[in-house]
Design a protein around this ligand. Structure first.
Ligand code: SF4
Length: 280
């Protein structure tokens, strides 16, 4: 099947908490590969308007499909496969942003691309972000940072803010938590710091994994050492994604975990504030 046959009139409206799988399963593999290579198409899990938590102001958020991490706490495991997303042409995505341009500017917001991990589709971003920025709309990339080196300096110039989701500092903990090495994300963080690029760091307090003072202190020290971190979002683990793991028939290590207590979350906030960072 060709991508064109699936292309919707608009990106699939909905919340990242909607369960979506197999939207592009029937598309020929060569079509998928060539779309990823050209950046002509993005694979969207969902698309929301009016978000107040995914960057400054009120935002349009595109949640792209595909992620190379396997976080044990992930609340959107249905975003892991690129082919779970619906293909949307870059021109169509831009038209949608244009429709919202005036209100986004009035509400001091913009476009945020999140996921999944958007940098699996970095060529699509390389085309969409500069065009959106040309409209005078603020741009934000939310990423785990692993493929940060795929972005050229020119690409970075079209991204006003990077929201970097750092999962853990201790390397072995990070590997067990995500299945991947954390060095590339740290290198990306340092590259952004050297460019004085605005960054918000997102840290999830995961019970039994990152809810210990030692790890929080290391994360706070790393973030403060960068010098370009404008804000830290401390996010408590939640169970809103449990049903997705069940539906996908995957083993969910956090099955019986409770969200962290208020005291633990407050402790994390305090550790970041203690090194001079703004925390929300
Ligand atoms: S990086 Fe995000 S989308 Fe990917 S597995 Fe981790 S939590 Fe899920």
């Amino acid at each position: 099947m060709k991508l064109e046959a699936l292309a919707p009139e608009a990106p699939p409206v909905g919340s990242p908490f909607d369960f979506r799988v197999g939207k592009s399963d029937k598309v020929d593999e060569t079509e998928i590969q060539s779309a990823l290579k050209s950046g002509d198409w993005g694979f969207f899990h969902s698309f929301t308007t009016g978000s107040a938590v995914d960057g400054p102001g009120i935002r349009l958020v595109a949640w792209l499909a595909g992620c190379q991490f396997r976080c044990v706490f992930c609340h959107n495991p249905d975003t892991w496969k690129v082919t779970n997303g619906l293909p949307v042409r870059v021109e169509r995505a831009l038209e949608v942003v244009k429709q919202y341009r005036n209100s986004l500017r009035q509400m001091k917001g913009g476009l945020t691309i999140s996921g999944g991990e958007p940098l699996l589709q970095y060529r699509f971003l390389s085309r969409l972000f500069p065009a959106v920025k040309n409209l005078g709309v603020h741009t934000t990339l939310e990423t785990n940072g692993y493929f940060g080196e795929r972005l050229t300096d020119e690409d970075l110039a079209s991204i006003d803010l990077v929201m970097l989701g750092l999962k853990a500092i201790e390397p072995e903990l990070h590997r067990r938590l995500t299945g991947m090495d954390n060095k590339p994300a740290h290198e990306f963080a340092r590259r952004l710091a050297a460019r004085k690029h605005p960054v918000w760091i997102r840290f999830v307090v995961v019970p039994g994994w990152t809810d210990n003072i030692e790890e929080m202190d290391r994360m706070a020290e790393f973030a403060a050492g960068l010098g370009n971190v404008e804000r830290v979002d401390v996010l408590p683990f939640h169970q809103m994604g449990r049903f997705k793991w069940e539906k996908l028939g995957m083993e969910y290590k956090m099955q019986n975990a409770q969200p962290p207590s208020r005291e633990i979350v407050d402790q994390a906030v305090a550790r970041f504030r203690a090194v001079g960072l703004d925390v929300v």
